[in-house]
Design a protein. Structure first.
Length: 95
């Protein structure tokens, strides 16, 4: 069986979906922000491309049984599947 996904999904430090990230990229925004996940003082780099607190909370609410990486993948995969044009019946699709 062969399947092709023709949709896109994206979750990163610039936003939680393709449209938001593209808009912010075109506006020249930077996704790097002060590190809050751990004490950054001992390190030279004090900023990183981490999710905003609001987006992280949104993902943790939507996917309470997953770690943040899995929640990001599921959110991006769900967006990609929603955009995809496919002839595979919904009961045979998955993220």
């Amino acid at each position: 069986m062969e399947m092709k996904i023709t949709g896109m999904g994206l979750v990163c430090s610039l936003g939680g979906d393709v449209t938001d990230v593209f808009k912010r990229m075109c506006a020249g925004e930077c996704g790097f922000r002060p590190i809050t996940r751990f004490e950054a003082e001992p390190y030279a780099q004090k900023k990183a491309g981490q999710l905003s607190e609001d987006l992280e909370n949104e993902l943790r609410t939507a996917f309470p049984d997953e770690d943040i990486s899995a929640a990001m993948m599921k959110r991006a995969g769900t967006e990609a599947m929603a955009q995809a044009t496919t002839i595979v019946p919904p009961e045979r699709q998955g993220v």
